[in-house]
Design a protein around this ligand. Structure first.
Ligand code: FAD
Length: 519
């Protein structure tokens, strides 16, 4: 498409504007917009793009109140549009408050160098809305004792979270916006100078967060680090707090009919062989089987997939024997195309080897969904490939000097590109791979690359219809799973990648896989 040459793509949280949609989207809108006017050839813009993407990811929950967008002024179709908005240099940031009149050209905003300062600028701009306050934007001003007294008379929520903080702190407002799409909770800030409230709740630390209940009682929110990220994570995961979109999902009786099997209990901290083997079975039987004839590219992708499994998959002997024979059969198959019926016949006959068969059942354990249309196969694909990157890291052959550290990732990309049924997922994954997979130079980086890309996908899908309410899309691993993985730098959340790597190595180690629920 016309945006292909631009600096942003469909995997970013940035709305890509074009001459034909810009006015309809940003003028007289119910949310505010912050737009980057850029030229794809401009070096400053290229250097600024990663920050813009990071900001968009950081404030993704704020979308109903403020959208982040970009328009490529170097795209010939957008030339007059950029001129009409009085843009004469790149990059230019412009703010459009909610309900901007049709002749607005936007308010110029300084392009700061850090996500934090841009985020704070956005809050300050949102606060300037007067009468035309964006309807989805919660109140951002501090709460007073008088207001608190009557709060639950006008708000039917289970929790009011109070963030006590110094006047100069933005944490309270950031958390308020982070929770705006969540129901059953409201968040307000309280300034340290609001003495009546500070003494009423006996608050001594700034920042600190308290939960205030309709019956007038309160408790302190317990977090490991007193900052935005930990508050947001803890509040989003309180019992009864749900993302607004959930109310559309699965409440009617219709959906209940799709719960086909009884729920199997499982340990969320473990990996199950049933999921891994089912993933392989499903791939070979269903996904590969939807192609009548495998083309040269598909055949080569299938060969890499099977060869990587043979090398690194710690499957049960019954599965590994089958894969080994399949692998040699594929290697000796030298035609450029392969009719699936030929492969299917061979697999059914166990390649004429006695007792050789692909384990037939497909059963999801840690990948079960609370409804049949949730989770299952895609969950198992992630799980399988995380496992394979970790197994390669722990494998001597893969760590030899001339081995390719991207071997597993390339096999995954080939599989996803050629066979993964969700075509939109495939193209997203492909663009992420094009963007950064070439930077992977070691097996450690390959584990971390996949972890990071998966988190990127999680952040994009949070709140999407495919999200299982019982398994919210969170940044993984959360603090209650790996506290040491989290840290703070200049007040911002950061990952301790060495600790994440250690965590992933343990989670995906062969001797931690459980064989429960297998025949
Ligand atoms: P999943 O995201 O499938 O994760 C499975 C399990 O892995 C989680 O339960 C958790 O235990 C663990 N986990 C979570 N994050 C990480 C991490 N960062 N590192 C290690 N382990 C982790 N769906 C779309 O709607 N749009 C898309 O564009 C899209 N793209 C996809 C691309 C690929 C390559 C794949 C495999 C799937 C894609 N999907 C997409 C599907 C989506 O990502 C989920 O797999 C699906 O919604 C099921 O979600 P889930 O709750 O089972 O968790």
């Amino acid at each position: 498409g016309p945006s292909a040459a631009g600096l942003y793509g469909p995997t970013d949280q940035i709305v890509i504007l074009q001459a034909d949609n810009v006015r309809a989207l940003i003028l007289n809108a119910s949310s505010a917009w912050l737009v980057e006017f850029y030229a794809s050839w401009c070096g400053h813009c290229q250097r600024f793009a990663p920050l813009w993407k990071e900001l968009a990811m950081d404030i993704r929950e704020w979308k109903p109140a403020i959208n982040l967008a970009a328009i490529n002024c170097a795209d010939i179709t957008n030339r007059f549009t950029c001129a009409n908005f009085e843009v004469d240099g790149y990059p230019t940031l412009k703010f459009f408050p909610a309900y901007s009149p049709p002749d607005s050209v936007g308010e110029p905003v300084k392009a700061a160098k850090r996500v934090q300062s841009l985020r704070q600028t956005i809050i300050t701009l949102l606060e300037k809305h007067g009468e035309s306050w964006p309807p989805a934007c919660p109140p951002l001003e501090p709460i007073s004792q008088a207001e608190l007294g009557s709060f639950f008379e006008t708000n039917s929520v289970e929790y009011l979270a109070l963030v006590f903080e110094k006047n100069s702190s933005f944490i309270g407002r950031e958390v308020t916006l982070d929770l705006l799409q969540f129901e059953n909770i409201a968040v307000r800030r309280v300034q340290d100078t609001e003495e009546a409230l500070v003494s009423q709740l006996a608050v001594t630390d700034f920042p600190s967060c308290y939960l205030y209940y309709p019956n007038g009682t309160h408790t302190r929110l317990s977090v490991q680090i007193e900052n935005r990220w930990f508050y947001t994570y803890a509040l989003q995961n309180l019992p009864g707090v749900v993302r607004g979109g959930y109310k559309n999902v699965g409440i009617s009786g219709v959906d209940n009919a799709t719960i086909s099997e009884a729920w199997q209990e499982f340990d969320r901290s473990r990996i199950y062989m049933a999921d891994l083997e089912s993933s392989v079975s499903y791939a070979l039987r269903v996904e590969v089987g939807t192609h009548r004839v495998l083309t040269r590219k598909q055949l080569s992708a299938l060969k890499s997939y099977v060869s990587v499994l043979v090398k690194y998959f710690p499957g049960r002997p019954i599965m590994m024997n089958f894969l080994q024979v399949l692998n040699s059969w594929l290697k000796s198959y030298t035609e450029s195309e392969l009719p699936y019926s030929t492969l299917e016949k061979e697999m059914e006959n166990g390649f004429n080897v006695p007792n050789l068969a692909l384990p037939p059942t497909i059963k999801w354990v840690a990948c079960q969904g609370s409804r049949t249309h949730f989770r299952g196969y895609p969950c198992s694909v992630w799980t399988l490939f995380h496992l394979l990157t970790v197994q390669a890291l722990q494998n001597e052959k893969a760590s030899s000097r001339d081995a390719d550290p991207q071997e597993v990732l390339k096999a995954m990309l080939g599989y996803i590109k050629n066979f993964f049924g969700c075509r939109e997922c495939a193209s997203h994954f492909e663009s992420m791979a094009t963007e950064s997979m070439s930077s992977v130079r070691s097996l450690e980086q390959s584990v971390l690359w996949l972890w990071q890309r998966h988190n990127h996908v999680n952040s994009r899908l949070a709140g999407a219809p495919s999200e299982d309410p019982k398994f919210p899309k969170i940044q993984f691993p959360p603090p209650d799973v790996c506290l040491a993985c989290h840290s703070e730098l200049n007040g911002e959340h950061t990952w301790k990648t060495d600790k994440v790597l250690q965590f992933l190595k343990e989670r995906f180690s062969a001797d931690r896989i459980l064989n429960d629920y297998l025949e």
